[in-house]
Design a protein around this ligand. Structure first.
Ligand code: NAP
Length: 252
């Protein structure tokens, strides 16, 4: 399915209105998602665990941005944030960590715990906390920023986003956590029904703070545009799938 065929400019229910929560919005892809949604006229709650960084990001986005204190690994923080927001159309589960590129021999359990705490458990915690706020919307949308490196098909065959041979077997903690987040996306979509649109994004390799020292990769704004498309899906748009930033469907 070509996602671009059912995407905005036409039938998005959020033309120049609506609201969104973006987790981990103080940098990288999340910051760009917030900026692009605000540019489309939406009120954007920019989640950040660090108030100073979060408020600086809000100031950079401008008058449609709101600071939202949100440590995604802290259920009480997620509950308080959801209470403050009250009602919202779009939840972007973007916050993520990459604790290293080790393979099965070199990975220690601490790396797995770090990766799963943020990239898996927090997606559940934050989604559950915001479900009442999303249910108050007529067009609830959830976008989970996962990864093409979590696609088992792409991991066992060619990955068109980058040279998968280069990372063959590596990144066990990070990539398996993103596989789990992909599964959570599918099962959430099935449980929440067609009124919700719940999709995952494979952003492609981007130069951000995710991997310290990383210099090769694309512009995070390009990945953010893919997330924004999924956030603005019309009511007859797809749910329960993984999409590349370019709008093509990614096999699980
Ligand atoms: P980034 O610039 O490091 O952004 C990650 C964001 O998540 C930061 O704002 C970080 O906040 C936040 N975060 C981490 N733990 C958090 C917590 N417990 N509570 C709240 N916020 C937390 O990296 P990015 O590349 O934009 O990453 C965004 C998403 O894209 C991640 O889910 C990542 O896995 C995914 N992704 C990225 C790439 C890539 O090539 N860059 C590829 C595939 C997928 P702090 O500043 O406080 O740490």
């Amino acid at each position: 399915m070509d996602l671009t065929a059912c995407l905005p400019d036409g039938p998005s229910p959020f033309a120049q209105s609506g609201s969104a929560v973006v987790t981990g919005a103080n940098s990288g892809i999340g910051f760009q998602v917030a900026r692009q949604l605000a540019d489309r006229g939406m009120i954007v709650w920019m989640g950040a665990r660090d108030a100073e960084k979060g408020k600086a990001a809000v100031a950079a986005v401008g008058e449609r941005a709101r600071y939202l204190h949100l440590d995604v690994t802290d259920a009480a923080s997620a509950a308080a944030a959801a209470h403050d927001v009250g009602e919202v159309d779009i939840l972007i589960n973007n916050a993520g960590v990459n604790p290293g590129s080790e393979d099965i021999e070199a990975t220690d359990l601490a790396q797995l715990r770090v990766a799963y705490e943020t990239n898996v458990f927090s997606v559940v915690t934050v989604t559950q906390a915001f479900l009442p706020a999303l249910r108050r919307s007529r067009h609830p949308r959830i976008v989970n920023i996962t990864s093409g490196t979590g696609s088992l098909t792409w991991s066992s065959g060619p990955n068109p986003q980058f040279d998968s041979e280069r990372v063959r077997g590596g990144g066990l903690a990070y990539r398996s956590s993103k596989t789990a987040a992909n599964a959570i996306t599918l099962l959430s979509a099935q449980a929440l029904g067609d009124r919700f649109k719940v999709n995952a994004l494979a952003p492609g390799l981007r130069v951000t703070n995710l991997v310290p020292g990383m210099t090769s990769g694309g512009d995070p704004a390009e990945a953010a545009a893919g997330a924004v498309r999924l956030a603005l899906l019309p009511d007859d748009g797809p749910t329960g799938a993984l999409w590349s930033f370019d709008g093509t469907e990614v096999p699980w």
